[in-house]
Each structure stands twice: as C-alpha cells, then as structure tokens.
Ligand binder design. Structure first.
Ligand code: DQA
Length: 154
C-alpha cells in the first residue's frame, strides 16, 4: 500500500449535463449523470484514486471551483458542454490547477453543427475523448489513473 494517497481526480460537468438521460437521448443516451458519477467513483477507487464530482449551470461557479482545485486534485476530467465552444475564461481557469486535463464529449461534436467543431479547451488538454458516449468518462478515469501512477517503482 502506498503511504501517500494520491490527490483525488476531479470530474466536472457543465451546463445542461444535469439533464443527462432526459435530454436528447438519441444524442446523449439514457444514462443519468448520477449513474456516470457512481461508475467513475467506483472505477477510480479500483485504480487507487478518490474522485470528486460536480456539475453546474453557472460558469462563474465552475471557474471558482477550478481556482479552489489548485493543489487539491491530481487531474481533471471535464465535459464543459457548450462552454467548450464559447468560453476563454473557462479555458484560462483550467490552466490554474496545473494538472492534466482530459476533455470529454459524449457526442461526436465533429459530426454536428459547425459551431461545435471548435474547442477552447482542446489546446490545453492532454487528450480529448469525443463521440464514445458516456463511456468516455470512464476511459478518461482509466487514462488519468495510468498517466498519474508512478511507473512501477514501489
Ligand atoms: C457536449 C457537446 C456540446 O457541444 C454540447 O453543448 C453539450 C454536450 C457532449 O458531451 O457531447 O452540452 O459537450
């Protein structure tokens, strides 16, 4: 057992993602955000990480959380919803914790409207997962746990 627990992962969801499961299920599926969070918590725990999860429809609140995350989390998974395509302020805030960021989109934004093709977050993200449904969140947890774990030294 490692003596030093790693800092938790932070899973953030932006506007309208609280309605997952209800909202346009043909695009976003029928899984709820509570189910996504539960599955990610379980997986993170199996991989030796805690996971904090939060969703907000308020951009300022998300920015405040990112300020508070500095020194408190080891990596960030974010589905910023429509702010992805609009918010320089959020992209700036994502740089503040100075930890790896994985950008997740449930739908394949590149097959959708032109305005969804640009992301202010992608340039600062270690990686981007798009179009793999809600499973993308768990893939992000797996990647970060692997990326953050010290190679094989014990
Ligand atoms: C989304 C894609 C965004 O364009 C959209 O505004 C969302 C959800 C996705 O997960 O596919 O709210 O981030």
């Amino acid at each position: 057992m490692a003596e030093n627990e790693p800092l938790p992962l932070l899973l953030l969801n932006g506007p309208n993602l609280n309605t997952l499961g209800l909202r346009e299920p043909e695009i976003y599926g029928s899984t709820t955000l509570a189910e996504v969070v539960r599955d990610c918590e379980r997986l993170a725990a199996e991989l030796g990480f805690g996971l904090r999860a939060a969703q907000t429809n308020s951009e300022g609140e998300m920015i405040d959380w990112l300020h508070e995350a500095r020194g408190q989390v080891s990596g960030i998974i974010i589905n910023a919803g429509a702010w992805t395509h609009t918010s320089i302020a959020l992209a700036d805030a994502l740089r503040i914790p100075e930890v790896p960021v994985i950008e997740v989109h449930i739908s394949n934004v590149h097959q959708r409207e032109e305005f969804r093709h640009h992301s202010y977050i992608s340039p600062l993200a270690v990686g981007v997962i798009v179009g793999l449904g809600v499973n993308g969140y768990e893939y992000a947890v797996r990647f970060l746990a692997d990326h953050l774990s010290p190679s094989t030294e014990d």
